[in-house]
Design a protein around this ligand. Sequence first.
Ligand code: EPS
Length: 387
Amino acid sequence: MRYLTAGESHGKQLTTIIEGLPAQLPISADELNDSLIRRQGGYGRGRRMKIEKDLVSIMSGVRHGYTLGSPVTLALTNDDFKNWQDIMGEEPVDPEKHIRRQVTKPRPGHADLNGGMKYNHDDLRNVLERSSARETAARVAAGSMAKKLLSELGITVAGYVRQIYDVQAADLELTIDEKIERARQSEVNTIDPNQEESMKHVIDQAKQDGDSIGGVVEVTVDGLPPGLGSYVQYDRKLDGKIAAAVMSINAFKGVEFGIGFSAASTRGSETHDEIAYDEHKGYYRKTNRLGGFEGGMTTGMPIVVKGVMKPIPTLYKPLESIDIHSKEPFKASIERSDSCAVPAASVVMEHVVAWEVAAAIVDQFPSDYMEQLKAALTDYRERVRTF
Ligand code: EPS
């Protein structure tokens, strides 16, 4: 399974094309929109999200509520495009004419300068329109199809906020359904209601100061068989694929599975997950410190993966940079921005992780239609249970 996204932040639309989904997966636009609407929310979002209503149009690959096995095209209109038609239109423009909203002042922390140098753009808008996190809407659209496929196989994915700035959610023993429910109830998508107000408070403070803040998001995947992914080749390790997917989300700077970086200071005996056996459920682990992976393969325990998001680099409080035309230093001008997009990022991470897990399953159990996939996975689950 693979997908491509296309579209500029203030262009006409975002498009996602997915190839390789088995036929007869039941799907409706409403289910996809539920994910897209969640991504748009969250305390700390800016004015742009009041303009956009991310509702998907399914343009191909689905008929009468079921996938056909052919490529699926999902389109999302940018409602802001009507205000940007002359700036973002595809028709050639007179080079002498002043182009509104031209960007010559690269913002530290964005793709602006490096992208401009690489593609030889003298208007950095040509970079920022595509490097914008608006693209994550198209990835959530793909991930919502993947989540539906996983749910048909009894696999559940939850994304939620662990930390905003210096406010941390407590380590709580919750079922995956409780995590989903709590994150949905929370304005900051956290599972710890005791930290909700403090998280909102640090967002308000950052906004007041013209600043931005980041945080940590976590995704849990439950209901997995052991042995997804493979140790036999570096690029078939599923934790590696998930890590790459998480790192490719805009503004993400780090990823860890289970105890992650703290494994540097735990002994082997405190790090690994002892193996146990039960006649009914087969092999299982007494703990899940490794976050559901050994040797690049799932252990059958839940995948638990965290990602860290840096503060959004578009600041009301400007940082120093250099104008690419005059080569003069300047302090960046005020731009519309989100002061904190960590709650939205938890939804994005949930969907990119879901995609990688679904793609690994479809790779491992090649199937043209859902019944075939379900049967193959049921057989495999039974075989590993009695192994
Ligand atoms: C973004 C800047 C803001 C965000 C945008 C990502 O948009 P604008 O420049 O239009 O104010 O709102 O996020 C989205 C549009 C979205 O859908 O998440 C950026 O620079 O990355």
